[in-house]
Ligand binder design. Structure first.
Ligand code: IFM
Length: 455
């Protein structure tokens, strides 16, 4: 089979990502405070088969080995998150020196291995103590987050350059506070949910200011949201217009514009405000100025897109998935063109350079009799998606990097350990790690700067 040449720009960053709660374990060690996820996992029926992040990949103790493996993968950058309650056990007040020292060691270890750490300040493990004080519903949460950000930035910014404030606010607000399928498991009314979301945006603004004010090296500041993307079902201009309209339209919290318009334009989208009517959050004078901090990059966590076509009667129509269409273990449809149209539509609207901060799939991987993990589907998936990413770069969209989700198998929130997303296989009983075939393949991709190589 003829393979496409997949070379990327020479300054493109190749990496992989994880998040603290999903890999660290050591949930009660060295003075760490409890997070809402620690509490949620204890509630019967919340997480698949009662799994918890108590031990996860035991990365807290095995980080040296994990860095060695990432080095073998040839990663140029590693997107990690910091656990807020590990650093400040009560969320505010006293700092836990042992918790902070963990990230200090980790950053040093990564740099010594030639891997650039990209740090996300919040990837869902909210301090339980602050949840008891109202969590994101409390307007003070923005200042709490800013204070926490300052502690981390003061410690790590002599070595860390790339920062992300929040990971996927859509998910932790919508799934955590509205549908309740994630921690803390609440089912609030629309106004409360939108109020919490507004405080999250304020927190983002605070943190971005703090990073710029206190970083010791000139920082590169972004965020890592997710949202629903429309991709045209065909290349006909009418379908492209419809997919663009679908992506830009604000339907609910899963629309990019609800979150990104305040950050980039300083106001909520009008169509969104019309929809929520008197449920909209109270915006105080000065809020939008705080939220609208300049962003150096727009991180995008992209897994798939809805297929959209034009119709005569409506601005767009969703094309139903055909029976038997390729999908992941999570039943997420495989739609490589998401990595073309997602960056393209978001760049057109917000004019901010893009970084793919997450992309990948969950599959059913195990260590075969020969001792290898043959995840051919992950290789094929990634090759198809990267090929679309290269196409959008060639068409002029500045995409600066790609982070595969995930570096290693990990705790997939309410799905527990059922879904395996990693390029490194983790045996959760023995904590033995095995580089999957995809990790070896990805090393070649990185080495050749995206020229496609046979697995
Ligand atoms: O594992 C998650 C991650 O924490 C956030 N983005 C999506 C991934 C896969 O569900």
């Amino acid at each position: 089979m003829k393979r496409t040449d997949l070379r990327f720009p020479s300054d493109f960053t190749w990496g992989a990502a994880t998040a603290a709660y999903q890999i660290e374990g050591a949930a009660r060690e060295d003075g760490k405070g409890l997070s809402t996820w620690d509490m949620f996992c204890r509630q019967p029926g919340r997480v698949y088969e009662g799994h918890t992040g108590d031990e996860a990949c035991d990365h807290y103790h095995r980080w040296k080995e994990d860095i060695r493996l990432m080095k073998r993968m040839g990663l140029q950058a590693y997107r990690m998150s910091v656990s807020w309650p590990r650093v400040i056990p009560a969320g505010v007040g006293a700092v836990n020196p042992k918790g902070l020292a963990f990230y200090d060691r980790l950053v040093d270890g990564l740099l010594a291995a030639g891997i650039d750490p990209w740090v996300t300040l919040f990837h869902w493990d909210f301090p339980h103590e602050l949840y008891l004080r109202g969590g994101w519903l409390n307007r003070d949460s923005a200042a709490w987050f800013g204070d926490y950000a300052r502690v981390v930035v003061e410690k790590l910014s002599d070595r860390v350059t790339h920062w992300m404030t929040l990971n996927e606010p859509t998910c932790f607000i919508s799934q955590g506070l509205e549908t309740g399928i994630h921690a803390p498991g609440d089912k609030l009314g629309k106004h409360e949910v939108l109020t919490a979301a507004h405080h999250v945006l304020l927190a983002h603004g605070h943190a971005a200011q703090v990073i710029r004010a206190h970083a010791r090296r000139k920082p590169v500041v972004g965020w890592a949201p997710c949202g629903i993307i429309g991709a045209p079902a065909t290349s006909k201009p009418a379908d492209v217009r419809s997919a663009r309209a679908f992506t830009n339209e604000c339907r609910d919290l899963w629309s990019f514009s609800w979150w990104a318009d305040p950050i980039f334009f300083g106001h909520y989208p009008e169509d969104g405000l019309r929809q929520v009517g008197n449920m909209s959050p109270r915006v105080h004078p000065g809020d939008m100025e705080l939220i609208r901090q300049p962003m150096d990059f727009f991180g995008m966590n992209i897994y798939n897109a809805r297929m959209i076509r034009a119709t005569k009667t409506a601005p767009y129509e969703m094309v139903p998935a055909l029976p038997g269409r390729p999908q992941t273990l999570f039943h997420w449809k495989i739609t490589p063109s998401a990595l073309y149209w997602g960056p393209r539509f978001i760049y057109e609207r917000y004019k901010c350079p893009i970084v793919i901060t997450e992309n990948g799939l969950s599959s059913m991987d195990w260590v075969s009799l020969g001792g290898c993990v043959h995840d051919a589907m992950r290789i094929d998936f990634t090759e198809r998606y990267l090929s679309e990413l290269r196409r959008v770069i060639q068409d002029g969209v500045p995409v600066k990097g790609y982070f595969h989700w995930s570096a290693m198998d990990n705790f997939e929130w309410a799905e527990g350990y059922k879904q395996r997303f990693g390029m490194i296989h983790v045996d959760y009983q023995t904590q033995v790690r095995t580089l999957k075939d995809s990790a070896h393949w990805y090393r070649k991709v990185i080495k050749s700067n995206g020229a496609i190589v046979d697995p």
